[in-house]
Unconditional design. Structure first.
Lengths: 311, 712
């Protein structure tokens, strides 16, 4: 559902103002000199002003705007909305107010990308679009604002601030090998057994095969991965920075192969859950609000990070 | 981080649009030529305008930044010189009044604009010229007294409209554009189309505004134009001179030099005598134009002595009146006393002579001030004013009259409040030379009328009903009384017979009356705001004295309203009638024109609707199926399974099914539904659509990717 305002006049532009003043002056001169031609010229100017004042309304009412939006965005980083203007209208100016964009010229019908920006994270259910027109004479500016309800929100995550991930010694039952393997995505060898048809050739263990005289393959264990719990408590002096630090920590840990859980507060209440990709991190933190996150108790083997905006 | 705010596109950068420069140039030239031909243009100024504006536009378009800097300095220096010249001109001519400054100031303004044109590197400075153009054409409007300016106003309006459209497009073009850039050819044709449609709209809306716009008036006049051509004194100061009468010129009798026959536009009433037995009327030549906020009789003089055939002036000894820029015109004994409570208005009339004229100063009743280039004029005892010089074509003077705003109520009450002065009764109400049946007729017609005003109206009504206005009347028989012949024999005549009859009958009732001559108001030109007075408007009418009010004009043949009743509803009142009368426009064109306008509006609406439908078709709105498939593709791409270019929908959804075990079957079904929706001719059941929507919503809910689409 979108809410659209009726066009309203915003400003008499400089040229329009000049013509209006001149029209009044011509009337005064006509009234004091009896110059009939001045009334004729006044009527020409008044007609031009009337056309300049009314034609923008038609364009603003005729145009229909559709916007395609990405699901994810990052605060402070421009992203693009796909704007489609249908109907017939010339020299319209369009911008979005939230997220904000600069003015763009629209000659409907047309389709194009509009670069927009939102400086704060959050979930955008609506996009506020402002259309302006002074078509065709550029004398009077009219404005129409439309607040579009998006069927699915744009989740604007925080702009991550890099927080280097370091595996906690006490929490690691893993060895340095395990960490390396986890980082590289490799598995650990638990033992060897005899080859059975269907085993991948790459699992052949050649020294054991040589010793046993029959093909032997490795038996593998899943990687032992470090685990990080990021508690994003936004009830701080600077919640945006806190969210940015939490995002940075989570993303860096994911890059190092760690399993990451995020503890946040959402509008529906505290939420604890695993995140697997930077997009997941961004979405979770986009929805995070200033409230108490789940406080545990957490697995003592997990590394728990509580970023604050006062680092 | 923030995006650049480009709300006000730059106007200081060099203007690249040649089209805009040409449109501004056309605007300036059409406005300037309109002004120059109103007597403002010296040959140097003509040359400067016709060559200077195009040259300046060309140089500015081609000049480098360095040259532009030089041009800026040159233009500034020249502009300062013009300003100094203007100041010295104003100082030297300040005492001559505002009207005398009009032409020098207009010339200086044009020179200033030429300086500005040299320095028009960017759009802002071009817009300054555009804004100045209405001032130029407005100045031409003040000076113009004929229809020739219409052509230049039309050219100016068209080029102004085109320039405005182009300027706005240029301004908008500096913004980033959504979507593909249109070809320039399409832009230009679109601008032309917009200008044509705008031009038509300006004509229609402008005409509508013109019909209701306030009338240009002179009631609060600030300028009182006055100018003379060659100064040619009359033979005797204060003597009446009328060269248009040829050998009939009254000045001939006292040493005048006029000879030959009467001019076709000459009126025999502008003399010392008015012989009602003379026949023939002046032609339709426009003899003068009068700028005034309302019409009136433009009176020249009055006659008070009647001998049965000829009117004469009993006393025309001139008294000199002196003044400076303006000359006060005092009241005379013949005006009597005016009640202070009778409301009055000031009617400022500027007379532009189109033909040589008598040296009579025309004016509505009662003139109080005269703006005339000569500092001395002459007044005769009836209050009429004469110039000491002959008045030729091109002479201009301004008269301010203070009219009593009379209404029937005021006039009916006048005789009850004050006695008529004996001197006026003696001069204007003595028993006239006429027949007894004329006296009897007057008494019979007015028997039931209680007041002087009612008596006058009764006589007017009788004459309207029983006599006929025509210029084709038989000669007056020798020895016949002109009034008796008109009222009882011919019953046909023109203004001299009708006016004289009214005066004589009133005098026979003891009511003071006299015959005035001059011009009827003429035809009002709604465009110039001037009354165009033709020689055929030369007129004679009756004036009746009302104590406390003064002389009041009455005329059964010319419908000139009382001063208190006169009003023009709108500036454009009578515009169509004027155009049809003077531009050979057939009368049937008015309804045909209205029908054409309706037709154009309907056609425009039809074209608009068709275009709108076309544009609706031309924008390919993605179908429901392709939108849903797009969402599914986005979901697949974020899960590492983008759709291959050659992959069918079914094959792709089968691949996607392997990504989500729980929804595998539903994803495959969704693929079949979408495939059928896009390529089958069968309608997809709403249930199947809903299932697809539900699946996509589930995928989105599960935190998977999709692309929302919002619609305004």
């Amino acid at each position: 559902m979108s809410r659209s305002s009726f066009p309203t006049p915003v400003a008499l532009r400089k040229l329009g103002l000049a013509f209006a003043v001149l029209a009044v002056a011509l009337l005064l001169v006509g009234r004091t000199t009896g110059a009939g031609w001045n009334v004729v010229i006044l009527c020409v100017l008044a007609a031009i002003l009337a056309i300049g004042a009314l034609t923008p309304i038609a364009g603003l009412l005729r145009v229909r705007i559709r916007a395609g939006a990405p699901r994810d965005a990052v605060a402070g980083r421009p992203f693009e909305l796909t704007i489609t203007a249908s109907g017939r209208a010339r020299t319209l100016r369009l911008r979005t107010l939230d997220p904000e964009s600069s003015w763009t010229l629209v000659d409907a019908p047309c389709t194009g990308a509009l670069t927009v920006l939102r400086n704060r994270r959050g979930v955008l259910d609506t996009v506020l679009v402002e259309l302006r027109s002074a078509h065709a004479l550029g004398l009077v500016d009219w404005r129409r604002r439309v607040r579009m309800q998006l069927p699915a929100p744009i989740e604007v995550g925080p702009r991550p601030e890099r927080v280097p991930f370091r595996a906690h010694r006490s929490s690691a039952r893993t060895t340095a090998d395990a960490l390396t393997a986890a980082r590289s995505g490799a598995e650990l060898t638990r033992g060897v057994r005899e080859y059975t048809p269907g085993d991948p050739v790459r699992l052949l263990h050649w020294p054991a095969t040589a010793r046993a005289g029959t093909p032997m393959v490795r038996e593998l264990d899943g990687p032992q991965r470090p685990r990080l719990i990021v508690v994003a408590d936004l009830r701080t002096f600077d919640p945006e920075r806190t969210a940015a630090l939490a995002a940075g920590a989570a993303i860096d840990a994911l890059a190092h192969g760690a399993r990451v859980d995020l503890a946040t507060a959402e509008a529906s209440g505290p939420r604890f859950g695993r995140v697997t990709t930077p997009i997941d991190v961004g979405r979770r933190l986009a929805r995070a609000v200033e409230g108490p996150p789940p406080e545990g108790p957490f697995d003592p083997d997990c590394q728990v990070l509580r970023p604050t905006g006062h680092r | 981080m923030s995006l650049r705010r480009n709300e006000a596109p730059a106007t200081r950068e060099t203007e690249p649009s040649l089209e805009l420069r040409v449109a501004v140039l056309a605007t300036m030239i059409s406005a300037s030529v309109g002004l120059l031909r109103e007597g403002v243009g010296t040959s140097a100024l003509w040359l400067a305008v016709l060559a200077g504006f195009p040259l300046a536009a060309f140089v500015q378009h081609r000049a480098s930044a360095k040259r532009r800097a030089v041009l800026h300095v040159v233009a500034t220096a020249a502009g300062l010189a013009v300003v100094v010249h203007v100041i010295s001109t104003v100082a030297s001519q300040a005492q001559s009044g505002a009207a005398a400054l009009q032409v020098p100031l207009a010339q200086a303004f044009l020179w200033l604009l030429l300086c500005q044109a040299v320095d028009t590197s960017n759009r802002r400075s071009l817009l300054v010229l555009l804004i100045a153009s209405p001032v130029i054409v407005g100045t031409a409007g003040v000076l113009s007294i004929d229809m020739a300016l219409a052509v230049w106003i039309a050219l100016w309006a068209v080029s102004l409209l085109v320039a405005i459209v182009l300027s706005h497009r240029d301004e908008m073009a500096s913004l980033p554009r959504l979507g593909a850039i249109r070809p320039k050819r399409s832009e230009i044709s679109s601008a032309i189309g917009t200008s044509l449609a705008g031009g038509l709209a300006v004509v229609l809306i402008g005409a509508a505004i013109f019909m209701v716009a306030p009338v240009a008036g002179t009631s609060r006049s600030l300028t009182f134009p006055a100018s003379l051509g060659p100064r040619d004194p009359v033979a005797l100061p204060g003597e009446l001179s009328n060269p248009t009468l040829g050998s009939g010129d009254p000045a001939n009798g006292s040493g005048g030099s006029s000879s030959g026959s009467r001019a076709s536009f000459g009126y025999f009433g502008f003399s010392k005598t008015l012989d009602t037995s003379l026949r023939g009327r002046p032609d339709n030549t426009v003899v003068m134009r009068v700028r005034a906020s309302s019409g009136d009789f433009w009176q020249a003089q009055t006659f008070d002595r009647w001998d049965g055939r000829v009117w004469t002036v009993s006393d025309d000894r001139p008294t000199p009146l002196r003044g400076g820029t303006s000359i006060p015109i005092p009241g005379v004994d013949a005006d009597g006393v005016r009640f202070p409570d009778v409301p009055t208005d000031e009617l400022v009339q500027t007379y532009y002579l189109d033909r040589d004229a008598p040296n009579m100063i025309f004016g509505a009743e009662s003139p109080v001030r005269l703006y005339f280039p000569e500092h001395i004029v002459f007044q005769v005892p009836d209050g009429s004013v004469r110039a000491g010089v002959n008045l030729y074509n091109g002479a201009v003077y301004t008269v301010v009259s203070r009219r009593a705003l009379t209404t029937p109520t005021v006039l009916r009450a006048a005789n009850d409040r004050l006695e008529i002065p004996p001197s006026i009764l003696e001069q204007y109400a003595a028993a006239p030379v006429t027949t007894s049946r004329v006296r009897a007729l007057a008494a019979r017609i007015t028997a039931a009328a209680p007041t002087t005003y009612d008596k006058v109206r009764a006589l007017e009504a009788w004459m309207s009903a029983h006599t006929k206005y025509t210029i084709d009347i038989p000669p007056l028989p020798k020895g016949a009384d002109a009034v008796d012949q008109f009222l009882f024999v011919d019953r046909r005549g023109f203004c001299e017979q009708i006016g004289t009859s009214l005066v004589v009958m009133l005098r026979s009732l003891g009511i003071p009356a006299r015959l005035a001559v001059g011009y009827a108001q003429g035809e009002r030109n709604p465009f110039t705001g001037l009354y165009e007075v033709r020689a055929s408007d030369a007129h004679a009418w009756a004036q009746v004295y009302f104590p406390g009010v003064g002389w009041q004009s009455f005329d059964p043949t010319a419908s000139v309203p009382l001063a208190g009743d006169s009003a023009i509803n709108g500036a454009g009142s009578g515009a169509w009638a004027y155009l049809t009368a003077h531009l050979s426009i057939p009368r049937w064109l008015a309804p045909a024109g209205s029908a054409l306008v309706v037709l154009i509006v309907v056609a425009a609406l039809g074209v608009g609707i068709r275009r709108r439908r076309r544009s609706g078709r031309s924008v390919a709105v993605p179908s429901w199926a392709s939108q849903r498939l797009g969402e599914l593709e986005t979901w697949g791409a974020t899960h590492g399974r983008a759709r291959a270019p050659s992959e069918s929908t079914r094959r792709y959804t089968a691949a996607l099914a392997s990504l989500d075990d729980h929804r595998a079957a539903r994803i495959q079904i969704a693929g079949r539904v979408l495939d059928a929706a896009m390529f089958s001719s069968h309608e997809i059941p709403p249930g199947a659509r809903a299932e697809v929507e539900h699946l996509l919503a589930e995928l989105a809910e599960a935190g998977e990717a999709s692309t929302p689409v919002a619609r305004v």
